[in-house]
Design a protein around this ligand. Structure first.
Ligand code: HEC
Length: 160
């Protein structure tokens, strides 16, 4: 009991401090808010983890003839690249080149809904991904032609 009575004031003091610590999202000056936001903007390493998921799921959605889902993956990949152009200006030039070239065969592939046309379009994109890795000093990041698995729940559903 004695131990408790000593600890309690200390705990209360700590609680009081953490509750009253100001929340920068409300209290900070605009400049500090902006600085914080800039610091937490997702960079290439974060965005690329999403990119690789989309890469897998794009491949497997086409393989399963889930063409709408494939199209959706492409749109999301385009969004990721556009985000990268904003959050990492030093990657902008190479990202823009990728954005303008890498996806160009997909519209026909999706229209034809043809696996071998799609496969060639996918391979074309894969090469552009890796070109950008080379241009950004990450040549060791090599992508498989045929990702082994997709990992979206949507790919597990039987209906199309
Ligand atoms: C603008 C250039 C650029 C483009 C385009 C690009 N990448 Fe990347 N990628 C990078 C950079 C830079 C890194 C390293 C991230 C870092 O360390 O900041 C990276 C890392 C990766 C990684 C490693 C992720 C990890 O941390 O384990 C994968 C996987 C990846 N990219 C996949 C892709 C795929 C798939 C595409 C194409 C659909 C692609 N990338 C297109 C620049 C690019």
């Amino acid at each position: 009991m004695k131990k408790h009575s000593l600890l309690l004031p200390i705990i209360l003091l700590f609680l009081n401090q953490s509750v009253s610590a100001s929340d920068w999202r409300q209290a900070a000056k605009s400049n500090d808010k902006i600085n914080n936001l800039v610091q937490v903007m997702p960079g290439a390493s974060t965005l690329m983890l999403q990119m690789e998921e989309r890469y897998r799921n794009l491949y497997w959605s086409a393989k399963q003839k889930k063409w709408e889902f494939a199209e959706y993956q492409i749109e999301e990949m385009q969004d990721l690249i556009q985000t990268l152009m904003i959050t990492r200006p030093k990657r902008k030039k190479t990202a823009l080149k990728f954005f303008q070239t890498a996806f160009k065969h997909f519209p026909v592939a999706l229209k034809k809904q043809n696996w071998s046309y799609f496969e060639n379009s996918f391979e074309y994109m894969r090469k552009q991904c890796m070109t950008c890795h080379v241009e950004n000093d990450h040549a060791f990041i090599v992508l498989p032609k045929q990702p082994r698995i997709g990992n979206s729940l949507v790919l597990e559903s039987q209906t199309q």
